[in-house]
Design a protein around this ligand. Structure first.
Ligand SMILES: [Zn+2]
Length: 416
């Protein structure tokens, strides 16, 4: 899958700072290794709609990590998938009377445009599920060969294959930090089928959905038959194929903790016979609008593309998102957009003067903030402090505005 153009990253003078990320299971910051290549996996969209601010915040959090690592001289190998076949895509295409492949292609184009406008560094490998079907099918077949699956047949004769979680030596409760009751409840809420008769455990995830009349299907080969993969196995298969396990950082929305990431890890444990999957996680907190989590099902969405169409500078959208730490929930309001617009304008005014106060400490503060669990609000405050000093007291350092601009561009993706 073609991704999108990479933004250029100017070099920034000064010392690098090792990166730490928050670990929700231990409630501590943990260092990301600084040697070799850091491998990251970001869970992608199901392409049936436009990118909303919650999605953009997730990919922006991953982008910040990549920028800090690159600034540190660390090489990054990144994978991002796109779930270009799944129930929500087929349901939306059906509702709107369009071909599901056309809907996916249009949505992916729009996503690329949004990511380009927001200066998000593209993944090394951007992978659609449809184009990766042989890899995904091979993983399902390998799980069958491991003897950790079972099949259920519905009235139409369609044969669905499930993972038998109890047969795998990896504990989804330990991986997610959730109780069994919470896992069953989240299976209900997030696309699982815990009530289906015949399941060995309500939380067992679907690996392969047998072909239904009128639905697209791929040949799974002997013993599997025609059908299409479940959601979790696609990410496991692509991560193992392109990154190996354990890899360093898994990136996604906070609602992916369970079942998606836990089941991805359980499946990987069954395939690799090793329960180490992702060393660190970036979980973007939910973004609300009109009092509720922004979600496609509720329809309370603020789309990046619509803001852009209405004339909002993408750098203002980026500044708006960066004003919130990725682990803090927040609610979008028009006032926040106004504040971000004014903030960017003030930065522009300060950066356009011929000289300013020394900027070395400002650059160090930006680096320190980002290295400490991607604290973008603190990084923006450092820029604000330099901006205020420039516009009130001024300074005689002619290199200072250029240095601040380079740091904002390279580390925060703010090319103002
Ligand atoms: Zn995923």
């Amino acid at each position: 899958m073609i991704s999108w153009p990479a933004p250029s990253l100017p070099a920034v003078p000064g010392a690098a700072i090792p990166v730490e990320l928050y670990d929700r299971l231990t409630d501590r910051l943990a260092p990301v290794r600084a040697d070799g290549t850091v491998r990251t996996y970001a869970c992608g969209l199901t392409p049936y709609d436009s990118t909303h601010l919650g999605h953009a915040a997730t990919y922006l959090a991953g982008d910040l990590l990549h920028r800090v690592l690159i600034d540190n001289g660390t090489s990054v190998l990144s994978v991002q998938n796109i779930t270009d076949i799944d129930d929500p895509l087929l349901e939306r295409a059906d509702r709107d009377g369009v071909d599901w492949q056309d809907l996916a292609a249009d949505s992916i184009d729009l996503f690329r445009d949004d990511m380009t406008a927001l200066a998000i560094i593209p993944p090394t490998h951007y992978l659609g599920v449809v184009e990766s079907m042989p890899t995904v099918i091979a993983s399902v077949r390998a799980l069958i060969d491991r003897g950790v699956t079972y099949a259920l047949t519905d009235e139409s004769g369609a044969r669905d294959v499930y993972l038998d979680v109890s047969a795998v030596p990896a504990d989804p409760a330990a991986l997610s930090g959730l109780s069994y009751a919470e896992m069953v409840e989240l299976s209900h809420a997030r696309g699982g089928d815990p009530d289906r008769p015949g399941k060995r455990d309500p939380i067992d995830p679907l690996l392969w959905r047998g072909e239904r009349p009128g639905e697209p299907a791929w040949d799974g080969g002997e013993g599997l038959g025609p059908g299409r993969p479940g959601w979790h196995i696609e990410c496991t298969a692509l991560a193992l194929e392109h990154l190996g396990a354990p890899f360093d950082v898994q990136i996604g929305g906070a609602d992916l903790v369970f079942p998606h990431h836990a089941m991805s890890a359980v499946q990987a444990a069954a395939l690799t016979r090793n329960d180490a999957y992702a060393e660190h996680h970036i979980y973007q907190a939910l973004v609300a609008y009109d009092g509720e989590k922004m979600s496609k099902s509720k329809g309370n969405l603020v789309f990046v593309s619509r803001l852009r169409e209405s004339g909002v500078d993408p750098m203002v959208i980026r500044a708006l998102l960066l004003a919130h730490h990725y682990r803090s929930e927040w609610e979008y309001t028009d006032d926040l957009l106004t504040a971000a617009t004014e903030r960017v304008a003030r930065w522009r005014t300060a950066l356009s003067v011929n000289a300013g106060p020394p900027a070395e400490e400002t650059v160090a503060a930006i680096r320190t903030a980002l290295a400490r669990d991607l604290d973008s609000p603190a990084a923006l405050e450092a820029i604000d402090a330099w901006t205020e000093a420039t516009l009130t007291a001024g300074g005689d350092r002619i290199e200072a505005p250029g240095l601040v601009a380079r740091a904002m561009d390279a580390l925060l993706g703010l090319r103002v």
